[in-house]
Design a protein around this ligand. Structure first.
Ligand code: GLC
Length: 443
């Protein structure tokens, strides 16, 4: 392991978060992502909580200002256009004002993202050293997070089986994961009927190789257009959406947030029963329906095809975070991971987001192979939980080494032979925030 000047790295990370602060929240990156994003805000709050709890609270407050009346917590909360810079699809495109559930101010997108917020609140409480001064904030946020979980179980689990589905790849947070390829390919695109649009994410010259393809983008836009034509009516979207997938990352995170919210409920003298119930329900369903006993991974499930999608991404290991597998399953998952993702190898940075033995692995392309720091963070926490302390430590150390060597990028090439590494945007907030958390945990 390379020697790292942790103090210097910490200062750099704080500077990045300070530079991305808008006055109301921290944007994910200086230019590419000029608004507030849902799970980014959660990870960013974690970073702040180590040195500026007030800001961590502001981050979440700002995000929850965008919560819909039905409990949906949107993927994006938009800044005023003048402040926000150029982003597509922006506030105008989503037309969420056509839904009676959406807040008028702020304007938001009309889909959600992985529900990290329950566990983020618990982390804040831990990082505060269980400071009673944080209790009023936890009390303020508790019913909002509960409303989000109620939304998910009410509208995204149509068969009441304990598994929540995503209806857009952006809801997974892992936009162009190979797991979505077939479901997306089944959506026939009629270019004449697709709204015209111009991507804003291909501004720098290498972007095309590192970001989703145009054919993916057509389908992303097709889905948004479908939702807005139905005015975000839950029943209509449920009936007409061609993309409905139960993803182990989303549900694994939900499990962990349920568990943390139950603990918070006990702390705040609120009723924990719903959360205990949801935790057991989703844990059982993940093991019943998504566990692949042959490959020792959690697969995704396509509700249209009524079939599992073999899942070779790191998403399939996130249930470790939520305490989903039993110890034997966890042991087998680790063995699988050692074979295809995480390993003490001289040539690979851990943990690639797609299995190295898969033909479709692409070391530069977004969620189809590169290392993302939030995935490393969730995996290392899951490993720690099951007693795989050395593997957890390896992920923490490799994340810090990657950042220290190449900078605070959005994602990284898993091949160590790449001497110019770091893709997407630089100055990426969750890379900085989770670097701060890793350093604090490494102390
Ligand atoms: C990309 C990522 C998503 C993230 C967003 C903002 O869309 O795929 O996970 O939330 O950028 O950083």
């Amino acid at each position: 392991m390379k020697t790292i000047d942790y103090e210097a790295l910490l200062q750099q990370a704080k500077t990045i978060l300070a530079n991305n602060w808008t006055g109301a929240f921290t944007k994910p990156a200086p230019h590419l992502y000029p608004h507030q994003w849902n799970w980014d805000a959660g990870f960013i709050a974690l970073g702040h909580s180590h040195y500026d709890m007030e800001r961590a609270c502001q981050e979440l407050r700002s995000l929850f200002r965008g919560q819909w009346d039905n409990g949906l917590l949107p993927q994006i909360v938009f800044q005023a256009p003048a402040a926000g810079g150029r982003y597509f699809p922006g506030a105008d495109f989503w037309q969420t004002h056509t839904s009676s559930e959406a807040p008028g101010d702020p304007i938001t997108s009309g889909i959600t993202m992985p529900p990290v917020h329950g566990f983020v609140l618990w982390e804040l409480w831990q990082n505060s050293g269980e400071d009673p001064q944080l209790i009023p904030f936890l009390k303020e946020l508790f019913p909002k997070v509960k409303a989000l979980h109620e939304y998910l179980y009410e509208y995204r689990d149509p068969m009441h089986e304990g598994l929540v589905y995503i209806r857009h790849p952006w809801e997974s947070g892992t936009d162009n994961s190979p797991t979505w390829d077939e479901a997306l390919a089944r959506i026939a695109i009629d270019k004449m009927k697709l709204p015209t649009y111009e991507r804003q994410d291909l501004q720098h010259k290498k972007a095309a190789a590192q970001r989703p393809n145009d054919s993916d983008y057509d389908r992303y836009i097709y889905l948004v257009d479908l939702f807005r034509r139905h005015h975000y009516d839950e029943g209509e979207m449920e009936a007409h959406c061609p993309f409905k997938i139960q993803d182990p990352l989303f549900n694994g995170i939900l499990c962990y947030s349920n568990e943390c919210m139950a603990k918070l409920a006990e702390l705040l003298a609120e009723d924990p029963e719903d959360f205990y119930g949801w935790h057991a329900f989703t844990r059982g369903a993940l093991n019943e329906k998504l566990w692949n006993r042959v490959t020792a991974r959690y697969d995704s499930y396509d509700l249209h095809q009524q079939a599992l999608i073999p899942t070779y991404t790191a998403n399939s290991f996130i249930p470790l975070l939520g305490g989903v597998p039993d110890p034997q399953q966890a042991q087998r998952m680790m063995a699988t991971m050692m074979g295809t993702h995480v390993q003490e190898r001289d040539d690979i940075w851990n943990c690639p987001t797609y299995a190295l033995d898969q033909a479709k692995v692409d070391f530069q392309k977004y969620w189809r192979g590169p290392v993302w720091i939030n995935i490393n963070w969730m995996l290392s926490k899951g490993m720690q939980r099951y007693g795989f302390a050395e593997d957890a430590q390896l992920l923490r150390e490799q994340s810090l080494e990657l950042i220290d060597t190449f900078g605070f990028h959005e994602y990284f090439d898993p091949r160590k032979e790449q001497t110019e590494n770091g893709y997407g945007t630089d100055g990426f907030s969750w890379t900085a925030a989770l670097c701060i958390d890793f350093i604090n945990k490494n102390k």
